[in-house]
Ligand binder design. Structure first.
Ligand SMILES: [Zn+2]
Length: 497
């Protein structure tokens, strides 16, 4: 959640440690010589001339993508009958975008092939690296746009006509990650060739080799023809029945099999709701300082850096953004501040006193005070259409109410039901004079505001019918942090309000 600041001046840097030695890379290349469509005597005649380890940089942007998509698809049956299927999709999962941050030229490496996990801090000068080029701010914008597109693509997979389409993104990590590769040069006859070996797992990422031309040509023809060939054969048989001794039934079966082969990605037409959820905030832990070393700025970056002095609006104290927090208390006056690259904004906050019931039930126990963003919002719906079952047992949450978004370091699968509960109930509570313990705030105002709109939309999709049209305005008039007491039990938490 340190994206806003890290883009500006503190790109986190980490690296994957090399997992294989030079000898292993050498063996992997020699094995590769014997595989696929290559000159038959390659293993025997190739001479490896150089083999060295190099780290190449990648931009990596990890975000939780959330989306609600509604719409319909139509399908005309052979009889002329038009089938219409309505869809309502909810997506809540982690998306990862990577882009090579240097010019890999003829090796053509564009994306990172490794999953997040297993990285160590990158110490400049410790390994041979290709320098990262280009602007971090622009890379982050590209990443953000690419992930929005990925969410949208996933959402609209089954929907031909989209009638509602909202995507949200919670940034988790934006970083430079250095990845080891072995670059192996070899000669064959008078030619020079190169192979790239993944330095973590020892797989061949790509390379050039003298090809066995006859085999390659054969292979290309076959792969192009596979599906089409069968249809062609069957159609040919049907059209020239006289010349073939095959029964019509078998010809039709061959035809159908050919069509099926060509349509492996044919969408399953069925109505309904889909929910995809995964990767729930797990990478948030990777923002911990132990794994992150700030990137040193280059002279160019310092010269072009639009530096802005961040100050507490209350007392003028210079504000330093701590790692892993986007909302922080001023060291001098203690006011709560929402710090972004663009400036510092004061946030009012309060702590809720546990109610009498929970105080009696939990006598002698101290609750944890968990921070929530509380937004006063006004939702006005101008257009609504839901198909199928529309009778709902759920209360209507349009109009004015407070939306609660958990901002503490609590797994989202635990905090999301709390958010819905607090938003529907809008509990009344007394305020404590002082906040007992300041649990760090991990989600800033901008992201929390998007999450509150998503909460509203997700709630609407949980109603029984299949949502098709929803036009609304979501106006937020005020925002504050409220620390809400929760009693930690073995099986979970018990709310104190
Ligand atoms: Zn201050």
């Amino acid at each position: 959640m340190v994206l806003e600041r890290s883009v500006e001046d503190r790109i986190a840097e980490s690296m994957y440690p090399a997992g294989i030695t030079k000898g292993v890379a050498d063996k992997a290349v020699r094995r590769w010589f014997t595989k696929g469509v290559k000159a038959p005597d390659l293993a025997e005649k190739a001479r490896i001339t150089e083999n060295y380890l190099l780290y190449i940089p990648f931009w990596r942007f990890i975000a939780q993508g959330k989306a609600v998509g509604c719409g319909y698809s139509e399908y005309r049956e052979a009889s002329g009958n038009l089938l219409r299927n309505v869809f309502e999709e909810l997506i809540d999962e982690e998306f990862v975008w990577t882009e090579c941050a240097c010019d890999t030229g003829k090796y053509g490496i564009h994306e990172l092939w490794l999953e997040p996990g297993g990285e160590v801090p990158y110490v400049p000068g410790s390994v041979a690296v290709m320098d990262a080029g280009g602007s971090a701010a622009e890379a982050s914008t590209r990443g953000r746009e690419a992930i929005h597109a990925m969410i949208r693509e996933k959402m609209a997979k089954r929907i031909q006509n989209v009638t509602l389409d909202k995507t949200f993104l919670i940034p988790k990590v934006f970083e430079l990650v250095y990845v080891p590769i072995w670059i192996v040069h070899y000669t064959y006859g008078s030619g020079h060739f190169t192979v790239i070996v993944d330095g973590v797992r020892g797989e061949i990422l790509g390379g050039t080799s003298p090809a066995n031309l006859t085999a390659r040509t054969r292979f290309m023809i076959l792969s192009f023809a596979a599906g089409g060939l069968m249809i062609g054969t069957a159609l040919g048989m049907l059209l020239h029945t006289g010349t073939f001794m095959v029964s019509e039934l078998i010809q039709i079966i061959i035809l159908l099999m050919g069509i099926a082969l060509c349509m492996v990605t044919y969408p399953a037409f069925r109505s309904g709701k889909t929910v995809e959820a995964s990767g729930t905030m797990k990478n948030i832990n990777r923002l911990r300082p132990s794994l992150r070393i700030p990137k040193e700025l280059t002279d160019y970056e310092i010269l072009t850096h639009a530096s802005k002095l961040l100050q507490c609006p209350e007392c003028g104290e210079a504000v330093e953004q701590p790692w892993g927090e986007v909302v922080t208390h001023c060291a001098a006056c203690g006011k709560l501040l929402d710090v972004t690259a663009d400036g510092v904004e004061m946030v009012s906050y309060a702590a809720a006193k546990p109610n009498l019931l929970s105080e009696a039930a939990m006598e002698g126990r101290e609750p944890q005070y968990i921070p929530f963003w509380k937004f006063s919002a006004d939702v006005e719906v101008s257009d609504y259409l839901s198909e199928g079952e529309t009778e709902t047992g759920l209360p209507n949450i349009e109009g004015k109410r407070s939306y609660y978004i958990c901002a503490g370091d609590i797994p989202r699968y635990l905090s999301e039901p709390w958010e819905v509960d607090l938003t529907i109930r809008n509990p009344e509570f007394e305020e404590l004079e002082e906040v007992p313990e300041r649990m760090p705030v991990f989600i800033n105002k901008k992201t929390a505001k998007e999450l509150s709109e998503f909460l509203y939309l997700r709630y609407e999709t949980q109603k029984p019918g299949i949502l098709q049209v929803l036009r609304y305005t979501f106006d937020v008039t005020s925002a504050e942090i409220v620390y809400i007491p929760y009693y930690k039990e073995e099986a979970g938490y018990i709310p104190g309000v």
